[in-house]
Design a protein around this ligand. Structure first.
Ligand code: NAD
Length: 310
């Protein structure tokens, strides 16, 4: 048996703590295991940890247990307060890891919070990168996420083994916080496109057009996009199981709206789609996929839909 490959992997193996094994975190952590790293996972609800163990990872009962001996600590959590509570304060990660540890936050959070956390990390000799991702659950499973990274060039270089295992487009976009600012722009584009795809499909259905060839030809022209090709099937089959939950996109549009206001920038279409996403959440659809914007457009057009799945 030739051992050269396993020796190579042994030399590049990194001990990683992965906190937050949700829709995105679970497949990302599994890809780190598949790349040969020693990964210990922790999640607030235990079932996700058990699933991760069945995929070859190690499980921890607490954050402290997960980060013991880790060279790199990764977080993939819902929102700014979640990341702050895990990293910051007396019981947080920063207070317990040795100097020189690298913390990579893949979550989508407020840019100002990312900057403050990076400052706190630096004060205790820890390097921190904000590294929000795009590409959805499918991109996470396939390991082809787009990763927009803010932080020092040195920390970026140190994180390459982790990034290579989860993504295919990995770009250092500037200092701390800038990864989150680019991600906010990403969420603006995705939400606006999603709304227009929903409106176009409701429009086409109302005209009795054969939908499959219509989507096919649209996908090949200037109207083509990843949102159209990945989300039109959900809309046409009325399958709105997440994916990316409405609650999370509503959070992100709050981030975009605040950051645009701070910069004195007008985002009129962004403001409209933020209202529509907020309305979906307010009426109780927060746990559906964001492609459920389609249901709102249908109802605004008086087209009731009895085929919708949750
Ligand atoms: P999710 O809700 O499925 O996963 C979050 C996980 O974190 C859950 O399993 C939850 O139990 C766990 N968690 C929460 N607080 C915790 C804590 N204090 N300690 C340990 N575990 C905790 O969310 P997701 O869809 O995986 O999204 C995660 C982040 O990635 C969000 O910021 C989201 O905006 C972003 N994102 C999501 C997608 C997507 O398509 N789902 C795409 C790109 C970016």
């Amino acid at each position: 048996m030739d051992h050269s490959f396993s020796n190579e992997r042994f030399h590049t193996m990194t001990k990683i703590a992965f906190i937050g094994l949700g829709i995105m975190g679970a497949p990302m952590a599994a890809n780190l295991v598949a790349a040969g790293h020693d990964v210990t996972g922790f999640n607030r609800s235990r079932a996700a940890v058990d699933t991760f163990i069945s995929q070859g990872g190690s499980g921890a009962q607490s954050i402290e247990e997960a980060i013991a001996g880790a060279e790199i600590v990764v977080t993939m959590l819902p929102d700014s307060p979640d990341v702050e509570s895990v990293l910051s304060g007396e019981s947080g990660v920063f207070a317990h890891v040795p100097q020189g540890t690298l913390v990579i936050d893949f979550s989508t959070i407020r840019p100002d919070v990312a900057i403050r956390l990076a400052e706190e990390a630096a004060a205790v000799g820890v390097q921190m990168l904000d590294a929000p991702v795009s590409g959805g659950e499918a991109g996470a499973i396939e390991g082809v996420l787009s990763v927009m990274v803010g932080g020092s060039a040195e920390a970026f270089a140190q994180a390459s083994a982790v990034f290579d295992a989860v993504g295919s487009t990995i770009v250092h976009v500037g200092p701390s916080g800038s990864g989150q600012t680019v991600k906010a722009a990403n969420q603006l584009i995705v939400a606006g496109t999603m709304e227009l795809v929903a409106e176009a499909l409701v429009f086409l259905e109302a005209h009795g057009v054969d939908m499959e060839p219509a989507v096919k030809v649209l996908s090949g022209g200037l109207a083509g996009s990843t949102v159209l090709s990945r989300k039109a099937p959900n809309m046409l089959s009325r399958n709105f199981a997440p994916g990316f939950r409405v609650t999370l996109h509503d959070k992100d549009l709050g981030i975009v709206t605040a950051a645009a206001r701070e910069a004195g920038v007008a985002i009129p279409l962004g403001a409209v789609v933020a209202q529509l996403m907020g309305s979906l959440k307010a009426r109780g659809d927060g746990d559906l996929d964001h492609s459920a914007l389609f249901t709102l457009v249908s109802e605004l057009s008086g087209r009731s839909d009895d085929q919708t799945e949750g």
